[in-house]
Design a protein around this ligand. Sequence first.
Ligand code: ZN
Length: 139
Amino acid sequence: MTSQSPHVDHELVQAAADVARTRCRGDNHTMASAARARDGRILTAVNAYHFTGGPCAELVLIGAAAAQGVYELDTVVAVGDRDRGVVPPCGRCRQVMLDYFPALKVIVGEGDRMRTVPITDLLPESYVWADHRLDAEQG
Ligand SMILES: [Zn+2]
């Protein structure tokens, strides 16, 4: 958490780290996420682990944001409990975040290698959901 990269939203990383440290409990909640909304607000969430496929912190975050009327996210980061630091999004979350927010930025890496990358860089040659493609063509 000590990277000096000018392109990393350290306040956002700290918000996720604070939630990971204070709110993650046992096996149910092991990851925290934070998003910077377009309006500057920071929103946070934790995962809801379940063996049937409980949602990651990033997916809970999307729903929690919508519940507060926030539908445009600028940057997202996830931090693990037990001082695991920044954790990159899993494959499912990469696809969901790309579909919801094609211009989203994601903070990845640790320490001096912490950096902000476009979601499209995390999912090259990505699948484009047919319904979204139709929406884009209709403009
Ligand atoms: Zn995930």
